[in-house]
Design a binder for this molecule. Structure first.
Ligand SMILES: Nc1ncnc2c1ncn2[C@@H]1O[C@H](COP(=O)(O)OP(=O)(O)OP(=O)(O)O)[C@@H](O)[C@H]1O
Length: 237
């Protein structure tokens, strides 16, 4: 496997204030990484830094990816849930960064968007208004949008928040399928520890003072996991 993102001695934080110190980790092509940690430990800061929305306080993040190589599925706000556009229009907006000043979507982009809707089992909803969809359907539309933006790495921040258990299970199943069948790397912040351990091959556990990064198997042997499984599960995200 080869790395698509490498963090070397990265301090994460804001305005010179360090939240996660000396982070060293790799995202390999086709890997599945779950990011866990207590509230406020720095999980979203890590994701924002990977996406280039926040600059690391120090250190280097090397990306072996095209400029639009990361598809991002953010936590949804109430405003986004009520977005007045069709599912297809939302999916097509995944191409916005690629189309620059071109005022229309190409045939190929439309074809790809329909293909992603089909892959995620929601082709019949393409003309439905996004705000009329269920939470699980909306997440699938956003996933199709993220897939249009990137074929390399999907980054998700607690994507099952607000979904019922069946819709959450379905979303996890789709992510695992994309990972296994299409070789899509997945990096997901999760508060669902059992799912994080079931589907991922690597775990990034961000603590308040330090962090763990390694295979799922080595994580299970680590003191981080021992602490959690020893009963201190509360507050884990
Ligand atoms: N824009 C910002 N400027 C300064 N500090 C920030 C900013 N955003 C977050 N922080 C601080 O950085 C720390 C880490 O926050 P972050 O949102 O990354 O944690 P998290 O692990 O994602 O938390 P949660 O599980 O609650 O979402 C917190 O102390 C937070 O107050």
């Amino acid at each position: 496997m080869s790395s698509i993102i490498t963090c070397s001695h990265v301090d994460l934080g804001y305005d010179g204030h360090v939240i996660v110190k000396d982070l060293n980790m790799d995202i390999e092509r086709g890997s599945y990484i779950s990011v866990i940690g207590q509230n406020g430990s720095g999980k979203s800061t890590f994701i924002k830094t990977l996406l280039g929305l926040v600059r690391p306080v120090s250190g280097k993040i090397h990306k072996n990816l095209p400029a639009n190589g990361i598809g991002y599925l953010p936590q949804q706000t109430e405003m986004q849930r009520n977005f007045p556009a069709t599912a297809m229009e939302v999916v097509l907006s995944g191409f916005l960064s690629q189309k620059k000043y071109r005022p229309f979507y190409t045939k190929k982009e439309r074809f790809t968007a329909l293909g992603q809707l089909k892959k995620l089992g929601i082709l019949d909803l393409s003309k439905t208004c996004y705000r009329e969809l269920s939470g699980g359907q909306q997440q699938r539309v956003l996933l199709a949008r993220a897939l249009c933006a990137s074929g390399h790495l999907l980054v998700l921040d607690e994507p099952v928040t607000g979904l019922d258990p069946a819709a959450a299970k379905e979303l996890y199943r789709l992510l695992k399928k994309l990972n296994e069948e299409d070789g899509m790397a997945v990096l997901m912040v999760s508060h669902d520890l059992s799912n994080a351990l079931k589907d991922a091959d690597h775990i990034l556990h961000i603590g308040h003072e330090d962090y763990f990064f390694g295979t799922k198997e080595s994580y299970r042997e680590s003191e981080y996991y021992q602490k959690i499984s020893g009963g201190a599960v509360h507050g884990i995200n």
